[in-house]
Design a protein around this ligand. Structure first.
Ligand SMILES: CC(C)(COP(=O)(O)OP(=O)(O)OC[C@H]1O[C@@H](n2cnc3c(N)ncnc32)[C@H](O)[C@@H]1OP(=O)(O)O)[C@@H](O)C(=O)NCCC(=O)NCCS
Length: 126
């Protein structure tokens, strides 16, 4: 089940565990988190995936718990967000090694790769 959830430490903990396990919790906080829309995927009432949509139409911090990856959950969550406001265009910075995941959903690459915090990213748009 997917629903919009309140900004909470649960979201930050999932982001940290999945995306930045070697950084502290402060590192996964985003400036506009308090005004973003946070989407949560629940399985047996447990939060197993998150993604956040910011007012500038950027989708950030897409994270699926490791044992549930490659089961279609991330795709389902992304499609739910896209459906939320069908006529809008959305963008994100994909980790380069996750580009295929977003391509499968319909995102197209724009611009060149860049490096931030030890990771390589590419901007994508739909
Ligand atoms: C990337 C992520 C959000 C994808 O979610 P998911 O639920 O595992 O993805 P899905 O099962 O919906 O995958 C759909 C397709 O995307 C592609 N894909 C997904 N994860 C991939 C990966 N790690 N490497 C390459 N391709 C990937 C595959 O084509 C996959 O189809 P397949 O499993 O039939 O081969 C998830 O693996 C994750 O949280 N990873 C760690 C955090 C992260 O990197 N977040 C994204 C930052 S930009």
């Amino acid at each position: 089940m997917i629903k919009i959830i309140k900004y909470s430490s649960q979201i930050l903990e999932l982001r940290q565990e999945i995306m930045w396990p070697n950084k502290d919790i402060e590192f996964v906080k985003i400036k506009n988190d308090n005004i973003a829309l946070h989407f949560g995927y629940f399985k047996n009432n447990k939060l197993i995936a998150v993604a956040s949509l910011f007012p500038n139409n950027q989708i950030r911090k897409v994270a699926v718990k490791e044992k549930y990856q490659r089961m279609g959950i991330g795709s389902e969550l992304m499609k739910f967000i896209l459906k939320h406001n069908k006529n809008k265009s959305y963008w994100l910075n994909s980790r380069v090694d996750k580009k295929i995941f977003y391509e499968n959903i319909g995102f197209k690459t724009i611009g060149n790769e860049f490096k931030k915090n030890e990771e390589f990213y590419i901007k994508m748009k739909i």
